[in-house]
Design a protein around this ligand. Structure first.
Ligand SMILES: NC(=O)c1ccc[n+]([C@@H]2O[C@H](COP(=O)([O-])OP(=O)(O)OC[C@H]3O[C@@H](n4cnc5c(N)ncnc54)[C@H](OP(=O)(O)O)[C@@H]3O)[C@@H](O)[C@H]2O)c1
Length: 284
């Protein structure tokens, strides 16, 4: 039996879709914070179980009979480590044979503050003794494109990444990689640095948006504190704004670049190009 935490999230739903292509629905547990959000998954025959990282009792029951577990990292800005630890403890008690975890690209060496709790979670997993596979995911291209409506309106993307190259990939590709890690043999003990085949700068992203939309869109690079102010100005909480701006600065130093081709090898096909995701986002 396979279980996926955060299965009602954007990545989690794509993982369930990809799992359903390989595994019978009755062998899949959607381990979710709020089962009311998972009616559609239940209708597809997936077992929906409550699994809230903040309530360990739900984790124990959610993992009964589970053999292979994907822990999708929490969205909490701070304090994620204790939540992840609760899931890892529950997995150990449930006797899962493989724990996969969605970490961050180059989590062991990344200067980004966001990498700290991923690094710590990887350490807890290693100390647990559980067979594990670490999926160090690069940025989602879809995250860059969340700013698309504002970029089209104002004629500019803003950030603090300077000329940093992002090997950002499609969520769907990371989801397929997670499913390959869970369903194929030989992944225990592996750490995969997962990133798209072709990297881009934010200037190149803006140019592609211009090309496809017919509107002039540029990339305006800001100082870190100015970018934090912009993010807070559009409603992000201060701590999240600070982490995202810090990640951009880390990206300017290459933290979100990777050219090992590991993601393409794991999913057995080239990764989805940025141009396709820009097109899809423009079509809405
Ligand atoms: N690589 C990147 O660019 C990038 C960017 C953003 C995030 N991430 C990481 O990747 C993860 C997945 O991304 P995503 O886009 O799928 O995020 P998402 O759509 O926000 O999904 C996050 C999922 O985590 C669940 N969750 C949050 N707190 C929980 C808790 N206490 N107990 C159980 N489940 C909880 C949410 O449950 P509900 O459905 O009930 O809300 C949701 O299903 C994120 O959580 C984050 O750690 C990576």
């Amino acid at each position: 039996m396979y279980a996926v935490t955060g299965a009602t999230g954007q990545l989690g739903r794509l993982v369930i879709d990809a799992l359903l292509a390989t595994v019978p629905a009755g062998q899949i547990v959607a381990a979710v914070r709020n089962p009311a959000k998972a009616h559609d998954l239940a209708e597809r025959g997936v077992l929906v179980r409550e699994a809230d990282y903040t309530r360990p009792e739900t984790l124990a029951t959610a993992l009964v009979g589970v053999d292979k577990l994907l822990l999708i990292s929490s969205t909490e800005v701070d304090g994620r480590l204790s939540l992840h630890r609760a899931v890892i403890d529950a997995a150990r008690r449930a006797g899962v044979s493989l724990l996969a975890y969605t970490s961050m690209l180059h989590a062991d060496t990344s200067p980004a503050r966001l990498a700290i709790e991923h690094r710590q979670t990887e350490e807890v997993i290693a100390a647990s003794g559980l067979p594990s596979v670490i999926l160090r995911n690069g940025w989602y291209t879809e995250n860059h494109l969340m700013a698309l409506p504002a970029a089209l309106e104002h004629g500019a993307f803003v950030g603090a990444a300077n000329g940093g190259r992002f090997s950002s990939g499609a969520r769907k590709d990371y989801a397929e990689a997670a499913v390959m890690a869970l369903t194929t043999e030989g992944n225990a003990g592996k750490i995969y640095e997962l990133a798209a085949d072709n990297a881009f700068t934010l200037t190149e992203l803006a140019a592609e948006v211009s090309r496809q939309s017919g509107k002039t869109v540029v990339y305006n690079d800001l100082a870190e504190d100015a970018y934090v102010s912009v993010l807070k100005g559009v409603g992000l909480p201060a701590d999240l704004a600070g982490l995202l701006a810090d990640a951009d600065v880390a990206a300017s130093r290459g933290a979100l670049f990777d050219d090992t081709g590991t993601l393409a090898r794991l999913i057995g096909r080239p990764t989805t190009p940025m141009v396709s995701l820009v097109g899809a986002a423009l079509r809405g």
